[in-house]
Write a protein that binds this ligand. Structure first.
Ligand SMILES: CC(C)(COP(=O)(O)OP(=O)(O)OC[C@H]1O[C@@H](n2cnc3c(N)ncnc32)[C@H](O)[C@@H]1OP(=O)(O)O)[C@@H](O)C(=O)NCCC(=O)NCCS
Length: 175
C-alpha cells in the first residue's frame, strides 16, 4: 500500500513503542534523550508517522488535566525532516485534543530551536510569559502545571488556546 509523503499515523502501544527509539536518538542528546525515552514508555498517548513501515516521526502526548493537553516531545528522523511530517503530527495532536475537550495546548522548546518554534508558531502557538493570566481565567498562564512539564533552563513555554473557558457557574443562591 502506498503511503503519502508525510506517511500514515498510528498509535504506538506497549512494546511497539520501542519502534520510536531511533527517532528519539536522532532528535535528542544527553539528558533530553534520556527523558524522552523514559517519557516514551510512560506517556498516555504516542502517535507515530510511518513511511514504508518505518517510524519516521513521533508525538508524545499527555493530558495534564481535563482542560490541558501537553506535547511532551515531537520529533522527526533527520532524513525525513522538511516533508511535513512534524506538521502532520502536530495537526493530529491538536485535532485529538479538540475532540477530547481540551481547551489549552502547551509545548516546550529550547529558545534557540528555530525549527520547533517555527513549527509551533505556524500552528497558532505563542510564547507564554511567566506572569501571564492563568488559563482558567482566560489567559495562557500555566499556573500549577509547569512542574509537570519538565521545562528546563533555556526553554520557552508555548501555548495555544483551543476553546474558550466555559462561563463561571453562578454562585449558589445568587442572581
Ligand atoms: C521540529 C521538528 C519536529 C520539525 O519536523 P519537520 O517534519 O521537519 O517539520 P515540517 O516539515 O512539518 O515543517 C513544518 C513547518 O515547521 C517550520 N520548520 C520546520 N523545520 C524548520 C527549520 N529547520 N527551520 C525553520 N522552520 C522550520 C516551517 O514553518 C515548516 O513549514 P514549511 O516547511 O512550509 O516552511 C524536527 O525538526 C525535529 O525533529 N527536530 C528535533 C527534535 C525537536 O527539537 N523537537 C521539538 C522539541 S520537543
Amino acid at each position: 500500500m502506498a503511503e503519502p509523503g508525510s506517511g500514515s499515523l498510528i498509535d504506538l502501544v506497549g512494546p511497539d513503542r520501542e519502534r520510536a527509539i531511533p527517532v528519539l536518538i536522532d532528535s535528542f542528546a544527553g539528558v533530553y534523550r534520556w527523558h524522552a525515552k523514559r517519557t516514551l514508555r510512560t506517556v498516555s498517548l504516542v502517535r507515530a508517522a510511518l513511511v514504508g513501515g518505518e517510524v519516521v516521526g513521533v508525538a508524545l502526548l499527555e493530558r495534564l488535566n481535563p482542560a490541558v493537553g501537553y506535547v511532551y516531545y515531537l520529533a522527526v528522523r533527520a532524513t525525513s525532516r522538511r516533508h511535513g511530517v512534524g506538521a502532520r503530527l502536530l495537526d493530529d495532536a491538536i485535532a485529538g485534543f479538540v475532540g477530547a475537550g481540551v481547551r489549552i495546548a502547551y509545548a516546550a522548546a529550547e529558545g534557540d530551536n528555530a525549527a520547533s518554534i517555527a513549527l509551533f508558531r505556524s500552528r497558532g502557538f505563542r510564547t507564554v510569559e511567566r506572569k501571564e493570566q492563568g488559563y482558567l481565567e482566560g489567559g495562557l498562564g500555566a499556573w500549577g502545571l509547569r512542574s509537570r512539564m519538565w521545562i528546563v533552563s533555556g526553554e520557552v513555554l508555548l501555548g495555544r488556546r483551543l476553546a474558550p473557558e466555559p462561563p463561571a457557574a453562578p454562585p449558589p443562591g445568587g442572581r
